[in-house]
Design a binder for this molecule. Structure first.
Ligand code: NDP
Length: 334
């Protein structure tokens, strides 16, 4: 991590690929710990939030200039002096953006063994079966309070979180309206079961919600204009699940909200949440939901960037909305 971006993060400028630090894989001392080969790293929208001025408040600390970025990943244990982990085991955890890691198991946040099973690939453990999947699953369980026949509007419906929300909402018998930023993404939302789909770059959210609403639940991944339109086109006591605000992550705060007054007029229940707070409440996510993914009941797609040296490009791609599906870096073959 080289420089704080003031707009979109650019590879080569704000993040750089650097091979100056090498380790001797056969002889590096483990001191009772593990030598991990990192296979997959996740690229998530919130990474941009951590690339900020450290004096600005945020839900996680700002990244430190000069150190690797850090995020969820899957690794394989190459060597182990820890009796709990044998060589060959796959482990998910929070890893620095590098190819190998020597660490004590206790130093890796969220370290847990993972396996491939049916349609559940290793990389899915950082996506549909990992942090973003848990976000959709737990946020929906906690706040949606769905009743069959109600109407939900899901933004970034072709992304990892959004596509799962669409599937959960359909399973609960709702009418689902989904928005996304390209025609291919619109087709993907349709294949996930959404009833009404549109490209928000071509059709105004307001027009669609006027025709297909009012809505009872809003799953908000973008904020801004979509949130404003949802506020003006919802039923009394609508549930607004404030999951993310993609439209402001890269410095563009130009949109002026007009409809905030409907929050009290329609007695809207507005729930902001961070997955770290919800996941302890829903441990079955890692078993029951993982089984539904393995069986193919819950569908997902991935946008795989090959090579850690291309990680900076993947970081920019997701912020610009040019990813199709869960963005991951294949650091090594898996
Ligand atoms: P996605 O794969 O959905 O990628 C982000 C998408 O956001 C892009 O593909 C793009 O889709 C859309 N986007 C980008 N810029 C804009 C913009 N200016 N206006 C509107 N949409 C934009 O990522 P995830 O599924 O991983 O994450 C989706 C959301 O969930 C994000 O807001 C993220 O921050 C949030 N999140 C929240 C968590 C929590 O704990 N609260 C945890 C995990 C994720 P399109 O082409 O459709 O515009």
């Amino acid at each position: 991590y080289k420089e704080i971006p003031d707009g979109y993060p650019q590879p080569g400028k704000h993040v750089v690929y650097d091979e100056s630090e090498l380790i001797d894989l056969d002889n590096v001392p483990l001191n009772g710990g593990l030598l991990l080969k990192i296979l997959v790293l996740s690229i998530d929208p919130y990474l941009r939030n951590r690339m900020r001025d450290p004096s600005v408040r945020g839900f996680l600390p700002a990244f430190e200039i000069g150190k690797p970025l850090q995020n969820g990943g899957v690794a394989q244990v190459l060597r182990s002096e820890d009796p709990k982990y044998t060589a060959g085991t796959y482990v998910a955890g929070s890893y620095p953006f590098q190819k190998y890691l020597v660490a004590q198991a206790s130093e890796v946040n969220g370290l847990r063994p993972v396996q491939k099973k049916g349609k559940l690939t290793l990389s899915a453990h950082v996506g549909v079966a990992g942090m973003p999947g848990a976000t959709a699953y737990t946020g929906w369980k906690e706040y949606a309070k769905p009743k069959a026949g109600e109407v939900v509007f899901v933004t970034t419906g072709a992304g990892c979180v959004g596509a799962i929300v669409i599937q959960l909402a359909k399973a609960d018998g709702l009418k689902v309206i989904g928005s996304a930023g390209s025609d291919a993404k619109v087709e993907y939302m349709k294949s996930m079961g959404a009833d009404v789909v549109f490209n928000y770059k071509k059709t105004k959210v307001e027009d669609v919600l006027k025709k297909e609403g009012p809505i009872d639940i809003f799953w908000d991944n973008v904020g801004g204009e979509a949130l404003d339109a949802a506020l003006a086109n919802c039923n009394k006591h609508a549930r607004f699940i404030e999951c993310g605000m993609m439209s402001v992550y890269n410095g563009d705060n130009a949109y002026q909200m007009k409809n905030l007054n409907y929050i009290y007029q329609f007695e809207i229940q507005l729930h902001g949440f961070i997955i770290l707070s919800l996941i302890p409440k829903y441990p079955e996510f890692y078993t029951e939901f993982a089984n539904r993914i393995a069986s193919g009941e819950i569908k997902y797609n991935e946008d795989i960037t090959v090579g850690l040296e291309n990680g900076g490009a993947a970081l920019e791609t997701i912020q610009r909305g040019n990813n199709t599906g869960k963005s991951v870096i294949a650091v090594a073959d898996y």
